[in-house]
Design a protein. Structure first.
Length: 162
């Protein structure tokens, strides 16, 4: 039995013809977007830890002022959908002076863009604290008793990945 094997020029011509036919076939924009564009990334929450080192003996006062004047603003931002969650920790024991912190607040923002968008909280502050003079004095006091403050954006680390 004899099998006819196409010559290379014919095989090449058939391949080019098939390729041109496939490339010239009209593809819907939906299909194009599914196969020919980069996949859309989902919004990921963005987490920042805020550390506060307070002057010795003033941690309770600082926390009380934080709860009174700053936490309501954060809760309002949760209602607005900007923030997903807010929680706080205090250390059980004290650390060395150079590594000491007295209060840590963790804020889970909806995404990194919102966390860094220079949100103007002035309208919220006026709504939540009609007595702006008292609010400003208490906030000034909160920062007077503060020795140090730092913000630390964090990300999860997958311990099971290679």
């Amino acid at each position: 039995m004899h099998i006819a094997i196409p010559s290379r020029p014919r095989l090449l011509a058939a391949f080019i013809f098939a390729l041109v036919a496939v490339l010239s076939f009209p593809v819907s924009s939906t299909l194009q977007s599914q196969f020919f564009t980069a996949p859309q990334t989902t919004e990921k929450p963005y987490v920042i830890e805020y550390y506060y080192k307070v002057k010795w003996g003033h941690a309770d006062e600082f926390i009380a002022l934080f709860k009174k004047n700053h936490y309501p603003v954060l809760k309002k931002e949760i209602e607005m959908g900007r923030i997903l969650k807010v929680f706080a920790q205090v250390p059980r024991y004290h650390a060395t002076e150079d590594g000491r912190w007295d209060f840590r607040t963790t804020i889970v923002f909806k995404n990194a863009q919102i966390a860094n968008d220079n949100f103007d909280s002035a309208p919220l502050l006026k709504q939540l604290f009609p007595d702006q003079d008292s609010y400003k004095k208490e906030e000034q006091r909160r920062f007077e008793i503060l020795d140090a403050h730092w913000d630390l954006p964090i990300k999860d680390s997958d311990l099971d990945s290679h």
